[in-house]
Write a protein that binds this ligand. Structure first.
Ligand code: ATP
Ligand code: MG
Length: 312
């Protein structure tokens, strides 16, 4: 039998077993096997296997550990991850699918979610542009319902304990927002047959909840649509924002959008994304980085210009 040891802030590894706590305390601890793991910039994510309820077979779970690419642990992110997931599940579960957070391990900074086979919106755009095109308007319509729920989050317990960000635009800061609220953290369910289910929108990676005018959430969502061409492949990145897509998103989101909120979100993304290119290295790497930097600046400039002309 494999010995289970959770060592403080140890990166999870494929093939290892870990003890996790059921989040509804009376159910105690279970042992889980990590079957796949991938290091991302801020987190390690992977899959795990648990004995199924009733003892026959296994259940797959999604793992997210708050250890970054440099091996640093982020206990604060671990707590924000939980707060965001719990609140979003409670508030949005009747509108979209929000994977439920089932188990946790504080010593590993690990959160364990219900597994949902999902194709993210930005993955779908690249892997099957025709399917993306068919689904897009429906995704945005779903997002409008999500914004409506976020505008009136009164069913959320302890709402008054969340940090409030006052903004010079929009209405009062009574809406709820999440740091991770954006189109790339939404996707469509993939059925067992491999087919995409266009009516089944999933949202995840909410992270830190806070209160701010609903215009801020709408701006984050809208700007993230404008950033769908960002990065890879190079041809897509060079084209810059897809203005036809922006127009399609603008119509249903129009009443939520505030010019200042949108422009501030673009500026925030600029500060955040231009940092992606910094660092040192050999000449070839430096030149490549400079090239990407110029493309990125041009991309954001186009997006800002489009928004200045179209959002009152
Ligand atoms: N419950 C889940 N079941 C299956 N897959 C999931 C689940 N939650 C997220 N994923 C997949 O794992 C990917 C990474 O998850 P998530 O966005 O939470 O991590 P992240 O490290 O914060 O990512 P990023 O920083 O790139 O936004 C998602 O894009 C999605 O494809
Ligand atoms: Mg994400």
């Amino acid at each position: 039998m494999t010995q289970v040891v959770n060592r403080q802030h140890d990166p999870i590894e494929q093939g290892s077993e870990y003890l996790v706590d059921h989040r509804q305390s009376p159910f105690g601890q279970v042992s889980l096997q990590c079957t796949r793991v991938q290091q991302r910039n801020w987190t390690r994510v992977g899959l795990g296997r648990l004995p199924a309820a009733g003892g026959v077979g296994h259940t797959t779970v999604f793992l997210k550990q708050n250890i970054d690419r440099g091996g640093r642990s982020h206990p604060d992110h671990w707590l924000y991850e939980q707060a965001g997931a719990d609140i979003a599940h409670q508030l949005l579960k009747d509108i979209v699918r929000v994977p439920q957070l089932r188990y946790q391990s504080e010593s590993l900074l690990l959160n364990v979610y219900e597994y949902i086979d999902v194709v993210t919106i930005d993955e779908l755009l690249r892997s099957d542009p025709a399917a993306f095109d068919q689904c897009f308007d429906n995704v945005i319509r779903n997002m409008v319902e999500v914004l409506e729920a976020m505008r009136r989050p009164f069913s959320v317990p302890h709402l008054e304990t969340l940090p409030v960000k006052s903004r010079p635009y929009g209405g009062s800061s009574t809406a709820i927002n999440f740091k991770g609220f954006e189109i790339r953290n939404a996707g469509l369910v993939r059925a067992d047959t491999g087919a995409i289910e266009p009516a089944n929108l999933v949202m995840f990676d909410f992270v830190r909840p806070y209160r701010a005018p609903i215009e801020e959430a709408a701006a984050k969502l809208f700007v993230s649509v404008g950033l769908l061409n960002w990065g890879k492949p190079l041809g897509r990145f060079m084209k810059g924002p897809d203005t036809a897509l922006l127009e399609r998103a603008l119509r249903p989101l129009h009443s939520y959008l505030d010019r200042q909120a949108v422009l501030e979100e673009i500026d925030l993304q600029r500060r955040f994304r231009t940092r992606e290119f910094q660092g040192s290295g050999n000449l070839e790497r430096t030149l490549k980085r400079l090239g990407i930097d110029i493309l990125g600046r041009r991309y954001l400039h186009k997006l800002r210009h489009w928004c200045e002309r179209h959002i009152a």
